[in-house]
Design a protein around this ligand. Structure first.
Ligand code: ADP
Length: 542
């Protein structure tokens, strides 16, 4: 029997209409370093229509890709809304990709138009001549004359192109399964891979973001959106905020601790989202420059593990709870959120909050071991996490070659390794490719790193597995010592004695100036492994 319900489409045109009309007074506030620029959602609706008209005028039709090379600001928000709502596909170009990767993704997605922030023109200009399909570049918040156009490319001023356009647009009816936006993963291995979100997946994901057990966004919120709109769709915050009328504060290019502290003081957001390094930087700044930040009812942290010490300082010293969440570009990105069960109190609640979180109803999860078998959710058995759900990727765009097992019976293999409690809380212990396989047992590189990094003299530590004749692999620790401090490998090994099992104690230590990082700032263990293989590390063996 078929249902008798309407099959209305979950489209971003409806989201834009809804947000800009019912929450016409909510605001998007763009930080400029001086006075903030303020725009109401009512105005965002009009500007989005003007942008859509302008893009049509440049010949954007059908599902053509329109790229953005931008910071988080009001113009980027208009692009987030206008491009999918007109039926085209928004491609957020990650400004931190390595140059050859940037050229690769623009060509692979076949971007027709790219909107570029004025301050990013110098970075973009170098790669533009190699972008084969780009015909128009629109410079926002800057001078178009600063960009020299290669043959066949026209450069426009955003303001001139958009102002004077009609403030309404006849938004088309769109099949909810069609592409709305795409985002390439940064590709620590191989080429970047394109994830293409649908109108439906974005809509459902936005509803989840707002739910009480997730970020709990509502119309009374003022959300500081620090997570870049060019990385994993800013964790879905812009669409979610538009859905419920929460105001947004966009930091533009001001992402250092001092301007973040200024934004907090000036705008007093109730909510914020960013990766741990941003908050670590802010904490250091606040040590020297105390400031009340208790207007934040909560901040969400993900992208890499939130260190428990940081969570405690935030809450106990500044009165701001940290909400830990896990996800990836392929999961839109919200996969799990660590809100403890209502019955947990005290340290028990903290233990839940340290985890990567509990899965929402729409995300199914399972753990698969080396033998390809599912392992139980007993809080101990470890396996690779696989997930499935309406906002989880089922493939990559355009036949990028990946490990054929990446999508496994309709499940996404996340490449993350961990354990799950019977009540569905995930704890990640590693990335699959980073697990150290020693004598048939797995050693978590993340665990070792956290223990070493808890030593006061250590600024950073990255652990990789290195070949070992007897055990297959053994851990090697690359340590960056804090400025002005000193510590030896002997002392660090001694420090780990009561923290890890004896057989896990690393016997290879190397002191390095810095841990190599990927374009999005995560430890690049591939480069560390090659440095080791090429004999470039100075190692102290035990
Ligand atoms: P990439 O780093 O490959 O570009 P993403 O930006 O999509 O990919 O990052 C996703 C990955 O980041 C996850 O697979 C996971 O390894 C890591 N990650 C995300 N959130 C957390 C978290 N809360 N704790 C630990 N790791 C996390």
């Amino acid at each position: 029997m078929l249902s008798t319900m309407q099959d209305d489409q979950l489209s971003l045109a409806n989201l834009l209409r809804h947000g800009s009309k019912l929450y016409a007074d909510s605001e998007v506030i763009t930080w400029t370093g001086g006075e903030a620029r303020r725009e109401t959602y009512g105005e965002v609706g009009k500007h989005s229509a003007q942008l859509a008209n302008a893009l049509r005028g440049l010949g954007v039709t059908g599902d053509q890709r329109v790229g953005t090379f931008m910071w988080n600001n009001a113009e980027h928000l208009a692009a987030y809304l206008a491009i999918p709502a007109m039926g085209a596909v928004l491609h957020t170009l990650n400004i931190r990709l390595f140059p050859e990767q940037l050229v690769f993704v623009a060509n692979h997605a076949e971007d027709h138009v790219v909107i570029v922030d004025g301050t990013l023109v110098p970075l973009f200009a170098k790669q533009l001549p190699e972008m084969k399909t780009v015909r128009h570049v629109i410079v926002a918040n800057g001078d178009p004359a600063s960009l020299e156009a290669p043959a066949g490319v026209q450069v426009h001023s955003y303001d001139e192109l958009v102002s004077g356009q009609p403030e309404t647009f006849d938004w088309p009816e769109i099949d909810e399964r069609s592409a709305a936006a795409m985002c390439y993963t940064s590709g620590t291995t191989g080429d970047p891979k394109g994830v293409v979100y649908s109108h439906r997946s974005i809509w459902l994901h936005s509803m989840q973001v707002c739910m009480t057990d997730s970020m709990r966004l509502d119309q009374s919120d003022k959300a500081l959106v620090i997570v870049p709109m060019f990385h994993a769709m800013s964790w879905g915050m812009p669409y979610a905020a538009m859905m419920v009328g929460a105001s947004m504060i966009m930091p533009d290019r001001f992402l250092q601790p001092e301007p973040i502290a200024q934004i907090l003081a000036a705008e007093r957001p109730t909510f914020a989202g960013a990766v741990p390094t941003i908050w670590q930087g802010l904490l250091q700044h606040l040590e020297a420059n105390p400031q009340d930040i208790s207007h934040l009812r909560e901040v969400v942290v993900g992208g890499s593990a939130a260190p428990p010490a940081m969570m405690h300082t935030f809450e106990e010293k500044y009165g701001v709870p940290i909400l830990h969440a896990w996800g990836m570009t392929e999961t839109s990105p919200l996969g799990s959120v660590a809100r403890p069960p209502a019955s947990a109190t005290g340290q028990e609640a903290w233990e839940y909050r340290y985890t990567q979180g509990r899965f929402p109803a729409s995300v199914r999860a399972r753990l698969i071991n080396d033998a390809g078998e599912e392992v139980p959710w007993d809080g101990e058995s470890v396996g690779e996490l696989e997930v499935k759900g309406p906002w989880i990727a089922a493939s990559y765009y355009g036949g990028i070659e990946v490990d054929p097992d990446k999508f496994h019976d309709g499940w996404l293999r996340t490449g993350d390794v961990g354990k799950i409690t019977p009540d569905g809380f995930l704890t990640l212990t590693d990335r699959a490719k980073d697990v150290i396989k020693s004598g048939g047992e797995w050693i978590s590189s993340v665990d070792l790193e956290n223990h070493v990094m808890s030593h006061p003299a250590v600024a950073e530590a990255a652990v990789i597995g290195v070949p070992d004749e007897k055990w297959d692999e053994r851990p090697l620790v690359a340590v960056v010592v804090r400025e002005g401090q000193q510590v030896t490998a002997e002392e660090l090994r001694e420090y780990l004695q009561d923290k890890v099992a004896k057989w896990q104690l690393p016997e290879h230590w190397s002191f390095v100036d810095e841990v190599p990082k990927t374009s999005v700032g995560k430890f690049d263990k591939k480069r560390l492994r090659s440095a080791h293989a090429e004999g470039k590390l100075d190692i102290r063996h035990f």
